[in-house]
Every structure is written in structure tokens, then in C-alpha cells.
Write a new protein. Structure first.
Length: 343
């Protein structure tokens, strides 16, 4: 089934490319309407897809005479990296990308990739809702042809493994762990003693099954929605990262909207954000229950202080390398102090 899904994705990407080459473009017209294509790498059961459906319904209810929104889940338009490139060129209008991937397009996104940047989920949410924090970062990719328009909750990232419980950094030593395609994540694994294996998300299940990997790191939904819990039987809540997913839009499209249309789209982005986050809370609880009761996953709650200590140098190095990010870092620290009791 995984192989068949990937084959379908490649076929869809090829068809899209042919459409672009023939002059149809990623935002072509259908029955006089402009097509807005949105790609993401999750299934139709995922909160991200639920949020995008709400976005689609809102945009078409307000601007349906002009726009036809089409959503492509499960990497049907390619990997995240491929979808970002298609969004840059305008071949597609929007895509959902991990913040870790966007680090390769703007160094500002390095900040959100830092391990243990946020003291608690509450501090994370407050920071991501703060326009003084996200504004300078979201606008920093305009020179690359796209801009971030809203963030989506991706929970906390934790290590999960096939047969090795992770209770301390020492347990990671020598293990091949899939990480996102981000320099920060590779450095993180180096400091923890693991062997970082950057890889597109769609290839992880097969790599785990074939024992090319000893484990990965992600949120709970990867266990159930993507089947990783069928292979990995230990999930360790070290909570090393809280990294948002980001909806990005083609810059030419965004800047071509009228003032009235941009207002409607901004309202749609807010609806997407709120719908996705509400669905996320429910999905995490359901995934944990299913993983434990049906897949036989063991949940582990280690002392996170040794992990924090091992990765603290990354904060110092980041601030030294990117001093312009220091004011934003300080704003996040204020939210961390405000919600310290929640951690």
C-alpha cells in the first residue's frame, strides 16, 4: 500500500508538471474560476487536512465565484521540499511545510527549530500567536518567492524507536534516527550521540520496516496516522522540540489579491489555524490511546534535564551566529517565564 501511494504521488507530480509545461500553470482556470492548489504531506484523517477543508469552505463561500480551492493530501504533489519549490514558482498556490524545512530558505526559521526553545506547550502557543515574534520570521522568505501566512500545531517532537527504550541521551548513542531535513536537527542528533538520518517524511515508514532506521522523532500522530507504531514499540516523551508546521503562499498570488480579497484570505487563515488546533488536541489523545491499546506502543517519560543540558550549547551558538534573532528570543523567554508553572 505504501509503495502504491508513492507511485500515485509520483504520477500526480508528473501530471502537474505536464500541466505547467503546457501552460496551464498551478493556478489555472476551471469553468472560469482560478484554481488554488494546496498540497500537504498528511492523510485526510489528519487535523491539518481538517483545517484546510474549513479554509476551503470559507474561501469558496466568500469568493467562490472567482476561486476554486483544491486540496492535495499525502504528498500527492510531491515531498514537502518539492511542494515548497512548486509554491515558489507558482505551480501551486499554497503548501504546508515544516518549519525545519524552511530553515534552508531563511536563517530566521532556525530559531523555531531550537531544541527546548519553549518551556511548555502553553508558552509555545502564546509565542506563535504573538505577531511581534512570528511577523519578522514569516516575512523573511519573500525574497525566495513565498510568504508564511499562518502556523499549524504539530505538538511536541519525541523520539520513538523499534526496540530500544530511550530513557537518557546515552540510549541514543549509535542509533540511526530519522530527522527532518534541517541542519539544526542534524546538530541536535550529533550532540545527543545518535546518527542523524535526514529523510523525507514519506519514506520513513519503509525505512523503519526495512530496518534502515532504528527510530525517528515526531509527534504521536506519526505512530497511528502514518503507521510508525506498527514498527516502533517505544515512544519517549523527551519533548525536545515544539516545531510548528507553516502554511506558505506564493508571493505573486498573495500580492495580486485585492485589499478585500486579502481580508477574506486572512480570515480564512485564522479559521484554518483555529480549526486545526482544536482538531489536534482531540487527535493526540485518540492516537495515544490507539497506539498503546492496539499497536502495543510503550510510552516512556524520562527525566528531560539531561537532554536539555546536552542541547543547551545550541542556544548559545544560535544567538552568537544570528544576533538579529536575539530580540525575538527574548520575547519567547518572556512567554516561557509567564507559563513556567505549566511546564
Amino acid at each position: 500500500m505504501k509503495k502504491r501511494t508513492r507511485t500515485l504521488a509520483l504520477a500526480m507530480s508528473a501530471m502537474l508538471a505536464l500541466g505547467i509545461l503546457s501552460g496551464c500553470g498551478g493556478t489555472g482556470t476551471a469553468e472560469g474560476k482560478q484554481i488554488i492548489r494546496i498540497g500537504h504531506n498528511q492523510s485526510t484523517n489528519h487535523p491539518t487536512h481538517t483545517g484546510l477543508i474549513a479554509f476551503e469552505e470559507y474561501i469558496e463561500s466568500r469568493l467562490g465565484e472567482k476561486y476554486d480551492v483544491e486540496i492535495f493530501p499525502s504528498e500527492l504533489l510531491g515531498s514537502q521540499n518539492e511542494m515548497v519549490q512548486l509554491t515558489q514558482t507558482g505551480a501551486i498556490t499554497f503548501c504546508v511545510a515544516s518549519n525545519s524545512l524552511l530553515e534552508t530558505f531563511s536563517e530566521n526559521y532556525t530559531l523555531f527549530n531550537l531544541p527546548y526553545l519553549f518551556s511548555s506547550p502553553e508558552a509555545y502557543h502564546a509565542s506563535m500567536d504573538d505577531p511581534d515574534i512570528v511577523g519578522p520570521i514569516f516575512e523573511s522568505t519573500k525574497q525566495a518567492g513565498f510568504e508564511a501566512v499562518t502556523w499549524l500545531d504539530a505538538g511536541t517532537r519525541n523520539f520513538y524507536t523499534v526496540d530500544t527504550p530511550i530513557e537518557s541521551p546515552a540510549d541514543l548513542r549509535g542509533l540511526k534516527i530519522r530527522v527532518q531535513q534541517s541542519p539544526t536537527n542534524v546538530t541536535m542528533m550529533d550532540l545527543l550521540g545518535g546518527a542523524a538520518t535526514p529523510m523525507g517524511f514519506g519514506d520513513v515508514y519503509t525505512a523503519l520496516q526495512a530496518q534502515m532506521l532504528d527510530g525517528a522523532e515526531n509527534n504521536e500522530l506519526a505512530l497511528t496516522d502514518n503507521g510508525h507504531g506498527d514498527v516502533c514499540k517505544y515512544y519517549s516523551y523527551d519533548m525536545h522540540q515544539m516545531i510548528p508546521d507553516i502554511l506558505i503562499g506564493n508571493l505573486d498570488f498573495m500580492e495580486g489579491l485585492s485589499e478585500q480579497e486579502r481580508t477574506v484570505f486572512d480570515e480564512g487563515f485564522t479559521i484554518l489555524n483555529q480549526t486545526q488546533r482544536a482538531a489536534w488536541e482531540v487527535a493526540v489523545e485518540e492516537s495515544k490511546a490507539y497506539a498503546e491499546n492496539e499497536q502495543g506502543v510503550n510510552f516512556i517519560y524520562p527525566d528531560i534535564e539531561p537532554f536539555q543540558q546536552a542541547l543547551q550549547p545550541m542556544h548559545e551558538d544560535m544567538l552568537a551566529q544570528y544576533p538579529d534573532l536575539a530580540p525575538i528570543y527574548e520575547l519567547i523567554e518572556q512567554h516561557n517565564a509567564e507559563f513556567a508553572s505549566a511546564s
